[in-house]
Design a protein around this ligand. Structure first.
Ligand code: MG
Length: 203
């Protein structure tokens, strides 16, 4: 399986990192070794001093497809969760300054904690899904999918022009504003619509 991550999908977050609003989705990938499941602890990596959390809705692909039409894209997923796109911001800024790919800042082991998946049709409004992150019981990030620049279906249509999607792949759909640093000892709890789906410690 693979993890596809969308960048700059919320205007307010693009602004906070001084990035332009993209005309088409920006995506990159994390390998399967980035996955951190079952609320296992996250170990702060030794190669960064500025590790940031990015809280994101994650969709799970339920059907194989390529060149998927936007109008049919809704048939390719039916479960969502919330995840953290951990980013070594210092390494990423170095890479960006040199015009290099950001892989080392994004794709390292455990860089993609993902919570329990829930059925999309159990949510009150699938166009307006609220999600948030608490660290040490303090609200750090809140978002709603209504603010996405590109919605789930547009993302699937775009990504599948380049990359075949397979059952079990994850798409991290971008972070709202409010990203920030984490430290050893932090306790992460992430929610979709009052359901806590992710709960882990940083060690
Ligand atoms: Mg992200």
């Amino acid at each position: 399986m693979k993890i596809i991550c969308i960048g700059r999908n919320y205007a307010a977050h693009a602004h906070e990192l001084s990035n332009a609003i993209p005309e088409s989705p920006v995506f990159f990938m994390k390998p399967d070794t980035a996955m951190l499941l079952k609320n296992n602890p996250f170990f702060y990596p030794s190669f960064t001093r500025d590790l940031h959390y990015e809280t994101e809705i994650v969709i799970k692909i339920s059907k194989n497809g390529r060149h998927i039409e936007q109008d049919f894209a809704h048939r390719y997923y039916n479960e969502i969760s919330v995840g953290i796109d951990f980013t070594a911001r210092d390494l990423q800024n170095n890479c960006k300054a040199k015009g290099l790919p950001w892989e080392i800042a994004k794709s390292f082991d455990q860089s993609a904690p993902v919570g329990t998946f829930i059925k999309l049709d159990t949510l009150p409004d699938r166009e307006n899904i609220h999600f948030w992150l608490d660290i040490n019981h303090e609200r750090k990030q809140t978002g709603t999918t209504r603010d996405m620049l590109f919605d789930f279906n547009q993302l699937i249509a775009y990504v599948s022009r380049f990359v075949t999607l397979r059952i079990g792949d994850f798409i991290f759909t971008g972070t709202p504003a409010g990203v920030g640093p984490t430290k050893i000892g932090d306790h992460f709890e992430a929610y979709i619509e009052d359901q806590k789906l992710l709960d882990f410690n940083v060690k």
